[in-house]
Write a protein that binds this ligand. Structure first.
Ligand code: MN
Length: 224
């Protein structure tokens, strides 16, 4: 049996992992509630965007994962196990389930005094990026310049505990490359087009107002 650290390295630090892996009838994953109401992120992310992004896109990825895993070797596996070991369309859908829960659980209604991580993680960010503003600028650059659909991520390496900003395309997740994700930003057009149309940079600027740094810090503590 793996210890907690190596489990985190293998499966990541999605805080709601136990919840999102709960299964109902026919072993099917079921859409889990958000940690806030659908209008709670407005005006930075509108209720209408959440209705579609959570209520339609994430729900659809869950439905497709359930359909495609039925009767296969992945029938009883967790979202993380499917993401790490399945290929093709089942991988795409399971990874999107993980990626969306991962983003949604690290957002919160805007709170003026909670726009940054606490001191310990801040220290690690300063050490790696030179400062918090520099970190945000680099992450923003990764999000804005990603061509097509995908994600910007803050990750930490399991051995050296090195923080890194990376881009992935489509449904890809850094866990497949052995990096532990701490924060992600979905830059698929469905994430922002209803709110800001083509202005992805505005979406990223809004994102910084509603990051739940407490959640990100909890993930970091699990990972390191
Ligand atoms: Mn999305």
């Amino acid at each position: 049996m793996m210890n907690t650290t190596s489990q985190n390295q293998a499966y990541g630090v999605l805080l709601s992992s136990n919840t999102v892996n709960a299964r109902g009838d026919n072993n099917a994953f079921q859409l889990q509630p958000l940690p806030y109401t659908q209008d709670a992120l407005a005006p930075y992310i509108s209720e209408r965007t959440i209705q579609f992004h959570y209520g339609k896109h994430l729900a659809g990825y869950i439905e497709n994962t359930n359909k495609q895993k039925a009767g296969t070797e992945f029938e009883n596996k967790t979202i993380e196990e499917i993401m790490l070991h399945a290929g093709g369309s089942l991988f795409n859908n399971a990874a999107q389930v993980y990626n969306h829960y991962f983003q949604f659980e690290a957002l919160q209604p805007h709170r003026e005094n909670e726009a940054a991580p606490c001191e310990r993680m801040m220290e690690a960010i300063r050490k790696e990026f030179g400062g918090f503003d520099e970190f945000k600028a680099q992450f923003t650059q990764a999000a804005v310049t990603l061509f097509g659909s995908g994600y910007a991520w803050l990750t930490v390496s399991p051995q050296e505990k090195k923080l890194e900003i990376i881009q992935t395309h489509n449904a890809e997740n850094p866990l497949k490359d052995g990096k532990i994700p701490l924060l992600n930003l979905d830059v698929w057009e469905h994430a922002y087009y209803l709110d800001v149309q083509n202005l992805r940079a505005k979406y990223v600027e809004n994102f910084w107002k509603i990051v739940n740094w407490n959640a990100v810090e909890q993930r970091w503590k699990k990972a390191v």
